[in-house]
Design a protein around this ligand. Sequence first.
Ligand SMILES: [Zn+2]
Length: 272
Amino acid sequence: MGVVHIAALAALPNLFTRFCALQAKFLRRAETLPSDSLIKALTTQLDLSKEKTTWGELRRSVLWKKAQLLKEHQPWLKDPLKEAYVLLGLCKPVWDPVLLLPCTRSERRRLIKWRIAWLPPTPSVECQCGAIKGNRNHMLICPATITLVQKLWSLMDPAPPSEVHLIDYALNCLPRSFKSPDTWCDWWPCLLALLRAVDQTTSSYKLPEEKAHGQILIDLAAKFRDTKPNRLHRIPPPTQEPLPGDPFPHLLSEISTVPHQPPPSVPSRNCA
Ligand SMILES: [Zn+2]
């Protein structure tokens, strides 16, 4: 179970996808070789052969046929094979945000372990509060985590549905980049602290001290804000003194003193 989840987190393609991709890459490579190469000479003969060959089977693969169709009907495409890969749904799924968002190694280890159901440990171990089964449901009512659970619950907007575990819901709300500021920045440190509390209360030893949770995100967000160009300063304010005899500044001041009037009402057209 855990291995499957790890592959899904890292967006690793399955064996069928790799099989199709390797076949198609081999065919494309064979097509681009010089005409005097051995494989080119062989495949020319094989294409003319009416017998059933491995080369023919390769050329009938789903991905290659799709790529050839795209190449024929949409010649402007730079990489038809890549487009076919996407169209057939073989493209890589997105990475899980727990692998992308900034945090310490210990915090990321806990995030991944929660995702693959290794935190709290499976099978369940005894909780430090005395509960026999320190499982996921117990972590919502454990005295060691209840304060952080309540805090995270209050920060989540919208509130998590009752049928979804609070931490799972929070992980599903995460963006794929820290450059997407939203309410998640408010509860990200709380989530990391809660996972540490879960780790601690199901461990038989004391965890080493760590820095304030979420500090890396706060530092990066501040750095990103500082480097972001401020559009308000792109237009420099007028610094030139008005030239004598120039009526434009006077007209501007008169326009600014005119009280704002509502737009005249347009009489309704009689359609009768
Ligand atoms: Zn407990």
